[in-house]
Design a protein around this ligand. Sequence first.
Ligand code: NI
Length: 160
Amino acid sequence: MAIRNIREMGDPVLNKACKEVKEITDRTRELIDDMFDTMYEANGVGLAAPQVGILKRIVVIDVTGENPYLLINPVILETSGEQTGNEGCLSVPGRIGIVTRPNYVKVKAYDENLQPFELEGTELLARAICHELEHLDGHLYVERVEGELMNVSDMYEDEE
Ligand code: NI
């Protein structure tokens, strides 16, 4: 297990479409372990493989710190409702922006044994699922921001 370098906006790897995972090798397992370690180390709630420079359809999410989800080759089956709120990304450090997302999402994905399962999420989990899946097609949330991208430090300076 290891912490990997998180690629930042401007790195072309973040704008490429990822390939489907067809088999789970030792290297895939190592990548998955490293992705969880890297996400937790950076205090993130989600991380997609291209953010560590690997163009594979793999996402890790944990919005509570106690419910890790691994999604391989994820596909959205259903969405409903709407939520508008702040969103950030480990590849866009120090920034935050307002994004509207579905409030409910149902995805089909594959686990570490390539067995299919479905996952439903609402609120922050739904937001994280939508955000991370877009990384797999080379998109960042900044494309969807309503208004300006803000500096996190500006948002909190009045509270000191
Ligand atoms: Ni992100």
